[in-house]
Design a protein around this ligand. Structure first.
Ligand code: ADP
Ligand code: MG
Length: 254
């Protein structure tokens, strides 16, 4: 499914407290593409994602999915948050099944899809565990499985690996990359990690804060494949250096 973000702006607050969080954000993601938004904290990344998810409405502009204006949450878009998003009183399986129950899937299908998704995210033996019994990385894999349960065509991820230790983060990056390659999902990832953005995505939009706006778009033309090898590649290192430098410059000019 294709996603179009058309000139969206968002204000929060009233009167003298009125503040523009994002301004004139436009970009598109073609069906099956992987795009990343990068920006410092407060640059409006979550606001943009929440508007695309339909959890928030834009003050100006609109978002279209396959040409249709988004007016609320929908099964066509699955969302993964940074952390603490699993229901602690439900097991991993019950968390995954949550949206299917809500949308009146048949019991047989819920069972089948839950065990299929547990397998997809490599947690076939942990279905009966509660979130607190799982590591951070495992919890995020359950969150991804839950987002995929109702078969969305667009996956929205808001700094999904930001709270994880480096090693787990790298294995989760590989997991997400493989998942994307295996499916025809359209993916929009938010991260503040430039290496993560370069390793995973085909295009990167860089945001500047106050108000949040896109100031640079980068097409990532790297030969992907093995992510470990990619990170050692000299073209990768060059791009990483350039973009990190660019982001540092933005911080200084704040
Ligand atoms: P990011 O995810 O890049 O850190 P956010 O989208 O969370 O940025 O926030 C962008 C700006 O909008 C910040 O200045 C933040 O304080 C403000 N903001 C976000 N959500 C709200 C809200 N519900 N009410 C008021 N201000 C908000
Ligand atoms: Mg955020």
């Amino acid at each position: 499914m294709k996603l179009d973000v058309n000139n969206i702006s968002k204000y929060f607050g009233e009167g003298s407290n009125r503040k523009k969080a994002i301004e004139g954000i436009s970009f598109s993601i073609s069906s099956g593409e992987f795009k990343t938004l990068v920006g410092s904290s407060g640059s409006g990344k979550s606001t943009i994602l929440r508007i695309i998810a339909g959890l928030e409405s834009p003050s100006k502009g609109n978002v279209k999915v396959d040409g249709k204006i988004v007016s609320g949450p929908g099964l066509d878009r699955g969302m993964v948050f940074q952390k603490y998003s699993l229901f602690p009183w439900l097991t991993a399986s019950e968390n995954i099944a949550f949206g299917m129950n809500l949308n009146s899937y048949k019991l047989k299908e819920i069972k089948y899809r839950t065990s299929y998704l547990l397998e997809v995210v490599g947690l076939q033996d942990s279905g009966n565990k509660y979130p607190k019994e799982l590591s951070g990385g495992m919890q995020q894999r359950v969150a991804i499985a839950r987002a995929l349960a109702t078969n969305p065509k667009i996956l929205l991820l808001d700094e999904p690996f930001g709270a994880l230790d480096l090693q787990i983060r790298e294995s989760m990056q590989k997991f997400l990359y493989e998942l994307w390659k295996k499916t025809s999902l359209t993916v929009l990832l938010i991260t503040h990690d430039i290496e993560e953005a370069l390793a995973l995505s085909q295009q990167i939009c860089i945001l500047a804060p106050n108000p949040g706006r896109i100031i640079k778009e980068v097409k990532v033309d790297l030969q992907k494949g093995d992510l470990d090898k990619l990170k050692l590649d000299s073209d990768f290192a060059k791009l990483r250096y350039e973009l990190s430098d660019f982001l540092r410059g933005l911080q200084k000019n704040k």
